[in-house]
Design a protein around this ligand. Sequence first.
Ligand code: NAD
Length: 488
Amino acid sequence: MMAHSKALLVLENFIGGKFVPCSSYIDSYNPSTGDVYCRVPDSGKEEVEAAVKAAKNAFPVWSSKSPLERSQILNKLADLIEHDLEAFAQAESKDQGKTITFARTVDIPRAVYNFRFFASSILHHTTECTEMATMGCVHYTSRAPVGVAGLVSPWNLPLYLLTWKIAPAIACGNTVVAKPSEMTSVTAWMMCKLLEKAGVPHGVVNVVFGTGAKAGEALVCHPDVPLISFTGSTLTAQRIMEKSAPHCKRLSLELGGKNPAIIFDDADLTQCIPTTLRSSFANQGEICLCTSRIFVQRGIYSEFLKRFVAETKKWKVGNPSDPTVNVGALISKEHLEKVRSYVKKAQAEGARVLCGEGVDSLALPTGNQKGYFMLPTVIAEVKDESCCMQEEIFGPVTCVVAFDTEEEVIERATSVKYGLAATVWSSNVGRVHRVAQRLQSGLVWTNCWLIRDLNLPFGGMKASGIGREGAKDSYEFFTEVKTITIKH
Ligand code: NAD
């Protein structure tokens, strides 16, 4: 461990309604300066055991509360987070490297909305009932919370994605043990400070901080945690499936993507170009839904490329706390090196880097020289089989290639292992429907990107995941259904 000159922020686990120190800690870095600024508990089996025990003890009382009582508590928690929105946004930006603007307008408002949304939706579910008059029977279904839910979340949208799991889990009457990413734990810890005031009973929400290998795996392997909701990489999901198999756990897996944007020659480029810039580079390209393969119909390929590159060059990279900055810092030094290595590989394969990494120079403010920054990068003439077109890069790098026909682009867009999200740009409604139907993708946005109605299913096909989240889908995941038959 390095010597620390400044006073560090020290986090504690939140178990059974109390903050509990840990015997060992992990350093957490500020990605925009490269400095260690926080210490995160390095929890393991012992801490997870205590958290699961607290969650189990809290379950009988919490699960027997009415949906309305739970709803009121969730709404109160939403109000409290919203009241501290600026402090949460500052913390998220510092911890993750994302711009303060993104944290203020996307991450924290969405975390608030996650609680409000499930506080409302839990009041509106109905169950099924059928009559079998000839047999003198009525059948109906009833739904009950499952028990202790294990929630594991990634570093790219820390509080946003963690609350997207906590809110439905507790709205349905489960109690939870959550493990945020060890790289971005601060806002989860801040949220724990508000739970008591919101009226969340002790033990309903427990948060154990630490690495995936130690704390995450202890949670996944715990016999008293019957369901795991995981968002993260496909590789980790495979490990989680393996580890939870002996217990036959219920799994929801939201994983990586290699998302195409398909741009036909009748697309409205005045809408398409700014949206495709955002879909490629928002949050430093560190969103599972980010576009990383842009297929442009040949007739408009040159024009698109010229305008897209010119606009990319206008995106400002720098200190995330500067509200005029568009691209903040990547999450870690290792991740930055990994993202850069993809650009090098593309160059070695003969692709053309049109702007960004290795082509343009990046001037950073004095205080950010050791931060993990890179310029948004556009690569052209990449072969479909190249790793840049096949693997998830998860950084500000996008590849642009030309296509000729609808049939051809559907085939090329789907020939990757992932199937999370796609965008289609065309003013021909018939074509938009045809292409959307045929793409192997859990989400298809046409003539837009990232507009979500939380009522509807979210999730990926193929290596992008198993299961869906949303009003009905999360309700079904976090409850167990029973069919009851009454004969009179
Ligand atoms: P990751 O898989 O490395 O880690 C995710 C979480 O799992 C972290 O909390 C980590 O500590 C934990 N973990 C790691 N190993 C574990 C193990 N063996 N057992 C239990 N837990 C373990 O992913 P990441 O790098 O934090 O996040 C980036 C990935 O997440 C990208 O692939 C991205 O596409 C994906 N993602 C998907 C969605 C979606 O909704 N589909 C959303 C955001 C991010």
